[in-house]
Ligand binder design. Sequence first.
Ligand code: EPU
Length: 456
Amino acid sequence: MNSLLQDAARAGASVGMAADTITITGGTPLNGSVRVRGAKNLVTKAMVAALLGETPSTLRDVPKISDVRVVRGLLGAHGVKITDGDEDGELILDPSAVESAHFAEINAHAGSSRIPILFCGPLLHRLGEAFIPDLGGCRIGDRPIDFHLDVLRQFGAIVEKLPSGIRLSAPQRLRGTKVELPYPSVGATEQVLLTAVRAQGTTELRGAAIEPEIMDLINILQKMGAVISVDTDRVIRIEGVDRLEGYTHRALFDRNEAASWAAAALATEGDIFVAGAKQAEMGTFLNVFRKVGGVFEIQDDGIRFRHPGTPLNPVIIETDVHPGFMTDWQQPLVVALTKATGVSIVHETVYEQRFGFVDALIEMGATIQVHRECLGSQACRFGQRNFQHSAVISGPSALRAADIAVPDLRGGFSHVVAALSAEGASRVSNVGIISRGYENFFEKLTALGANFTLEA
Ligand code: EPU
């Protein structure tokens, strides 16, 4: 195994298997400053985009998170040479030696990331074949890949299901096509973009996701030589080109991490300056933060979020695709809503099963009921389908310490925040999973004055 793969394997271990445990003594407000760097959900895709170029790419503001290490290992297994640049967080990705796919090595990453699915388009263009191991990522519902496979078939790829994963091949150059997504999936939109830019002819994508991370991926592809127009009503048109060059790009900041720290400030009655956060990509979050009673100050180099010092207000939220309220924002905010005076409702419409994390909050004294019905203003895809996807939170509740286990990335962050805001000492296990998406998580907690010890 080469050193990149060893890195990735270590990352995989800390992501999926480690049972790292932290003991948190709650009751101290989080006060201070943290910096967010490039968005997890952009950086990993930008790294894959480098596979499309004929020359090296430079990506800046790459956070040190295990999802990045996994993708680094996967790219290394395909022959991409990755080195650290002079600036902290700068990666140079050189794809010139990519000649074949090493299936066994790729399979070593099975279960550690969902990104391998996005290697398909670039690899089909480059090598005529690709392999997808069993996919990992957070356990937040079924997370199928049917949209991805349908899209790749439409471009002319042949899809074969094997016991160890999925093999794809392109006997001839992939062709541009007309795609209509049944739901504005982030990953499937990225799949279309990463495949269409080098396909023969024009692709029209209807029903596209338009998250800021996708717009930044489009910026990157345009820098590489792609021709992409984003039209009204979720339509994206891509004119395929014969050759793309490497790019130089500073990644969009991680708005999900910024929102997590904002919610942590509310839940712990604290005051956190999030350096690197920007208003434009967080508008919907900021509106809700203000309605709950949170105070924010937008500065040139970041946003300061703080508790108002008076009781918080309940809210009704529906998670949705951009420009709606992101599904990744709800979990830490739910902890703050347990402190609000009155009844809040969160209707989750993106994932069918994203309230597993509330069991721990209930054990800690929160009053939360989860319902199958759509309790928002409109019915969603999960109504009538037996999925517990609406939560009713009654507050205020004083949380008390408990022994809890982190279920997934965002749920894990919310558990840590719950423990920080609870009375007494909580043991939170499986916290290693949080390093998938939060850079220097424990260092940041320390900088904010959290009272905790990490068990080996
Ligand atoms: N879906 C399908 N079939 C598919 C693909 C998606 O039914 O082939 C469904 C999903 O099951 C889900 C919905 O479509 O119900 C939306 O999924 P989407 O494809 O948009 O999500 P994703 O690309 O898998 C990314 C982020 C998630 C984020 C979502 C929504 C990455 C690596 N992950 O996932 O981030 O929640 O978009 O914005 O970019 C996280 O950061 O913790 C996280 C889970």
